[in-house]
Design a protein around this ligand. Structure first.
Ligand code: ATP
Ligand code: MG
Length: 423
């Protein structure tokens, strides 16, 4: 066995510092927003039976063909680290009878795993916020999901463009699929290897190709919109009318098909040009057939998944740096001061429950402790020496502005701080 340092698995990241603070901000904001729209949080397993993903995502998809982390359990069962959250949520909704309890609005956040080529915005462990609804046929819920995501961008101070399309019903897709196969067969030589492979197994997936060389041939392909039946057309125009009424801009994108098999009718993506080629920050759609496909009763469903790293990257690029998480850093030198400082800090925490206060640990000279205080990002250093203890006072140094140090009594400090921090 070799000795020395052990590093993380490629494509799996440690998240810390500013990035972690932006993740927290995204999570807190999203939780509040989802609660306001009546969504319940669910916590689901990270590991599921492999069969669940093969039967839902589809055998002829990037995910199932080449991206899953699949392994044998000790008893030989084939298990897989979830590559996405919808399949597990549908499984849970059937297994726990949620789908029999009226309309459901659910969400979850957590890591997903795909063995992709790691690059900016594409990792092997990444985080998704997933939203799933059951029991609502739309198009009003479709529209509300989109309005809710639009509101989230606004709350986070980021911008994205909405692309939207209708895939139609499963039956209309059969006819469309034939037309598409005929068209791409006539352009066989232009297709790349992946697309040639997909021609007969899943030609719709060619439309989802990211290969720029295929852009023209894809643009000339038959449009799904010409194959939609009346019900799908009515649902799609109903959705667009809701978006128009709410003033949310969108672009109908006829080649938007999404990378998973279970979608029908509404599909959408939020995209940005600011992150390079991994520009989709959120994607979703209707999947009315999936619940029966996984053994449940027929229940309409729609949801979306948001790529949290990509949203965080946008937040970092757009927003002001997150303000420091500390208000005050308390330093103490001298025997009496050291003995009193923790209890005093507790009394100030009692008086100001939202105060973000850190006490210096490990002693050292005032000079060194001041350096730590400055580095902490706090607005104030509270300075306690033996003289201050004798007078029951505390020195307050402004760390971010040119203002004279002040000396306050222990009892007047909370009110003084409260006033300063509300400015
Ligand atoms: P892409 O087209 O970028 O490969 P996808 O269609 O495979 O995305 P979905 O399965 O719809 O993605 O997942 C929803 C969102 O999760 C994506 O829009 C993206 O923001 C994020 N996402 C997907 N795969 C990754 C990954 N490997 N690393 C980071 N984020 C990801
Ligand atoms: Mg992908």
């Amino acid at each position: 066995m070799s000795s020395g340092q052990v590093n993380a698995v490629r494509g799996m990241n440690d998240i810390s510092g500013e990035q972690a603070r932006y993740f927290d901000l995204l999570e807190v904001t999203a939780r509040q927003l989802l609660a306001n729209y009546g969504y319940d949080h669910v916590r689901l397993p990270v590991v599921e039976k492999t069969e669940l993903f093969c039967r839902s995502i589809g055998e002829v998809t990037d995910i199932v063909e080449k991206e899953m982390y699949t392994f044998a359990d000790r008893n030989g069962d084939s298990l897989t680290l979830r590559p996405e959250g919808t399949a597990g949520c549908v499984r849970a909704a059937i297994e726990n009878s949620w789908i029999n309890q009226g309309a459901q609005k659910l969400y979850y956040m957590g890591p997903m795993f795909r063995h992709e080529r790691p690059q900016k915005g594409r990792y092997r462990q990444f985080y998704q916020l997933g939203v799933e609804t059951f029991g609502m046929a739309g198009p009003d819920i479709d529209a509300e999901l989109i309005l809710m995501s639009a509101r989230l961008w606004k709350l986070l101070g980021i911008e994205a463009e909405l692309l939207i399309n209708s895939l139609g019903s499963a039956t209309s897709r059969v006819a469309y699929r034939e037309a598409l196969t005929a068209y791409f067969s006539a352009h066989y030589d232009v297709l790349d290897e992946d697309s040639q492979k997909r021609l007969h197994r899943n030609p719709l997936r060619i439309l989802d190709s990211k290969n720029p060389a295929l852009k023209d041939v894809i643009a000339g392909a038959p449009k799904l919109s010409d194959w939609l039946d009346e019900a799908s057309q009515a649902s799609f125009s109903g959705l667009l009318a809701h978006l128009d009424a709410a003033g949310v801009a969108y672009r109908v994108e006829p080649t938007l098909v999404r990378g998973l098999d279970y979608y029908n009718d509404t599909v959408f993506e939020w995209v940005t040009t600011e992150l390079g080629s991994q520009g989709t920050i959120c994607a979703g759609g209707r999947y009315d057939g999936l619940v029966t496909q996984l053994g449940g009763k027929a229940v309409p469903a729609i949801g979306f998944a948001l790529g949290m790293e990509r949203v965080v990257a946008l937040m970092q690029a757009k927003a002001q740096p997150i303000p420091s998480t500390l208000d005050v850093y308390v330093i103490a030198a001298g025997e009496l001061a050291q003995r009193r400082v923790l209890a005093l800090a507790e009394s100030w925490r009692d008086a100001l429950p939202s105060l973000r206060l850190m006490v210096h640990h490990g002693g050292g000279s005032f000079k060194n402790q001041f350096k730590k205080a400055d580095k902490s990002g706090a607005r104030f250093a509270l300075v306690l020496g033996d003289d201050e203890v004798a007078q029951q006072k505390i020195g307050v140094k402004f760390l971010r502005e040119e203002t004279e140090q002040v000396l306050l009594s222990w009892t007047e400090l909370p009110a003084w701080l409260s006033k300063q921090l509300s400015n």
